[in-house]
Structure formats: C-alpha cells, structure tokens
Write a protein that binds this ligand. Structure first.
Ligand code: TXA
Ligand code: MG
Length: 377
C-alpha cells in the first residue's frame, strides 16, 4: 500500500470482489471495505462469530451496536425479514415515517433504526449486532464497491468504521492498514471516501423522531426531505456522557476521533461575517499560552473559514481543511491523521465552524477529538 489507488483490470477487480465476498459469506473473518462515508470493517450480520471478530479487531466495547448494511430493499426484506413472497412491496417492513427519507436518501449516508426481526418472530440477525438495543440500525451505502460486496456475498454486512476504537475514522485504505494491519485478512482499496464523515443516524420509532448522530446528510436535509413527520425532530446534542448513563445511542459514551496529540478547538461565535483584528490578537495570545502550557515542540494548525497561518506565532505545520462544509468534512479525519501519524505533532489546533448544515457533524466530531479543550473567539 503506497498511497495511490492501484489500477486493476476488470477481471482482477472481479476476482478481488469475489474473494472478499467469499470471506464474508463463507467464513467468520472480516473484510475492510470503502463506503462513501468512511471505510467499514465488515462481517456477516447473521453470524455471531463474525460479529465477535469485528469487535475484537477494533477493540470495540461490545455494548456499542453495529450498523447492518444491505445492498437493496429486496435484500433487506428477503434475508433480514425472511420474506419469501416475491410480491412483497419494497417498503413493506419499513415504518412509514422513513418513506420520504428513503425515497430521496437511499442509497446514501443515512442510517435508520428499524424493528428487530426477532421481535416479529423471525430469527435472522446476530443478537450481538444490536447489543441489547430495542432496534437495529440499517443503511444502504452508495459506494459501488460496498454495494457490490454486499450483493455478491448475498449477506447483510455488519460494519462499524474500520479504525481502532477511539481513533479518527478511516477515509482511505492506508488509514485502515495503519490501525488494523495484522488483525484482519483483507482490505478492499476503493480510494478516498467522498463524504469523509459517518452516516447520519436517525430514530423514527420514537415520538418525536430523533437525530442521534449528525453525519453525511444534514439535519436541514432531513427536515426538508422528511416532510411534516420530521418537523419536530430533536437533535441529540450531548457529545459525552458518564459510563453508566443510559443513552439512546451507545456510541456517544466512548472516547472517539482522538489523535495521539492533544487537540485544541477554536470555535467562532455564531454568524460571523468576519473576525475583528482585535479578536484575532486576543486569540493569538490565548494560543501562545496553550502552546507554552503544553510545552508543545511541534504544532499543527488546521484552518477552515476565517483564520490563516499567520495566527500561530510559532513554527507550525499548516493544513487548510477547505472552504466549504463539504470540503472540510471530506478532509477532516485524513488531516487529523496526517499531522498526528506522519508529522508526529504534540498539539493540533483546529479552526471549527458554526454548528449548522455540515458544521453540525464537523463540530460533533471535533468536540470529541478535543475532549472539550476549546477556545471561543
Ligand atoms: O457511515 C457509517 O455509518 C459507517 C460506515 C462504515 O457505514 N459506520 C459507522 O459505524 O460509523 P459505527 O459503528 O462506527 O457507528 C454506528 C453508530 C454508533 O454510534 C452506534 O452507537 C449507533 O450507530 N447505533 C448502531 N445501532 C444502534 C441502535 N440500534 N440504536 C441506537 N444507536 C445505534
Ligand atoms: Mg465509529
């Protein structure tokens, strides 16, 4: 793995996909594969041993449930809901509240919570995928490699992000190799993920519905597309909770997105058209104090909308995250990893954004990465 996407012939691609599909279908091993959001670490959702191997390779706490990925609604009906009838309607097992969302957003970075088939008297999914939750999480990814893998294996694939637990999610095959080399047999390299943050997780089975994790589709997308049933959708805003606190989505309990280096997050006050030079001078002072207190020898600065490299009066590695929400999302995890793993800095200073549109998912990830070590400017 040298950083570039290898070029394969059609026959080689087919062979690689079939090999990976065979691992998913016929063994209890795992395969890392690209999705449009981040790389996933996949195993059969139907097999306890496969699911155990996912938790083990990532070192993931086993009370944190997994998303099941399917390649089509007919696969969901046939395999997960054991639907034998050919004239079963595509959405017949999906609560109505999701219909407008799925019509526009699937395949894509949207995960929905669905009734567990066991509760309907059908035993299909491994109980370990749902980790005692009253629902299971499901999505149809848009990435063609992901969908081909799921369709060829003819198996619903349980897949968390393919990072070692607590680290930033992987957006290239190289990131997966860095974290999981020696722990998994196969990585499918499909190049860089286009979205760069994980899927949006919504629960339409509670009233009012809830956005449990902001992600690839924005909250504003959900309200606009979901129609009247989603008007009152609440947003889970906590980024951390106590170990024993009962939460709707267990992923929130755990340290996540953390580089080795300390992260300092700079948060703009809302709706800034620009930042006054006075405020920038104050910010510079506070940053200098932090660099001195941390005794940081090597510093990185990831900038986005308002700030530039003149902010840091210190020898530092500067990486622009991008000038739109989508660009920042696409580069965020890759640049956190680059300065942490390749440049080995001790302090990463990141310019945050306003928490709306793509900014909601970006700030959710950054607040976790920074463990609330923040300066508001
Ligand atoms: O984009 C993505 O969603 C990626 C790709 C690989 O599809 N997957 C991903 O999985 O991010 P993971 O395991 O890293 O995050 C899944 C999140 C966790 O926060 C978990 O707690 C939540 O979804 N989750 C899964 N099943 C749930 C359920 N039944 N109820 C509540 N939350 C659930
Ligand atoms: Mg994850």
């Amino acid at each position: 793995i040298d950083g570039s996407l290898p070029s394969f012939t059609c026959a080689e691609t087919e062979k690689n996909l079939l090999e990976a599909a065979g691992v998913i279908r016929d063994t209890s091993e795992t395969v890392a594969f690209p999705t449009e959001t981040v790389y996933g670490l996949g195993g059969s959702s139907l097999n306890d041993e496969s699911v155990k191997n996912i938790y083990k390779a990532k070192n993931r706490p086993n009370d944190n449930p997994l998303i099941t990925h399917v390649s089509s609604l007919s696969q969901l009906n046939r395999i997960i809901y054991s639907e034998s009838s050919n004239d079963c309607k595509p959405l017949s097992h999906i609560p109505e509240i999701y219909h407008p969302l799925l019509a526009k957003l699937w395949p894509g970075p949207l995960t929905i919570l669905l009734p567990i088939p066991e509760d309907l008297g059908k035993s299909t999914l491994s109980e370990l995928t749902t980790a005692n939750q009253p629902t299971f999480a499901c999505r149809i990814p848009a990435n063609p490699v992901a969908r081909a893998l799921i369709a060829l294996s003819d198996t619903p694939i349980a897949a968390p992000s393919a990072n070692a637990s607590t680290r930033p999610s992987p957006t290239t095959a190289q990131h997966v190799y860095h974290d999981l080399n020696g722990k998994i047999p196969l990585i499918l390299d499909g190049g860089k993920c286009s979205v760069g943050v994980e899927s949006t997780v919504v629960d339409g089975l509670v009233s009012p519905p809830m956005l449990l994790r902001p992600g690839g589709f924005t909250y504003e997308d959900i309200l606009r597309i979901g129609g009247i049933l989603w008007n009152e959708c609440l947003v889970e805003t906590k980024v951390s909770v106590k170990d024993d606190e009962k939460v709707k989505t267990p992923g929130m309990k755990y340290r996540h997105y953390s580089p080795k280096a300390k992260v300092l997050l700079l948060i703009p006050e809302t709706n800034l058209p620009s930042v006054s030079s006075q405020r920038i001078e104050k910010l510079k002072e506070l940053i200098n104090i932090e660099i001195t207190n941390e005794n940081a020898k090597k510093v990185a600065f990831l900038s986005s909308f308002y700030l530039d490299k003149t902010l840091i009066n210190h020898n530092c590695i500067h990486e622009p995250l991008g000038k739109t929400g989508k660009e920042v999302q696409a580069n965020l995890f890759a640049l956190l990893r680059k300065v942490d793993e390749e440049d080995n800095v001790d302090l990463i200073i990141v310019e945050g954004t306003e928490a709306s549109e793509e900014g909601l998912a970006i700030m959710n990830r950054l607040r976790k990465a920074a463990s609330n070590n923040v300066i508001i400017f």
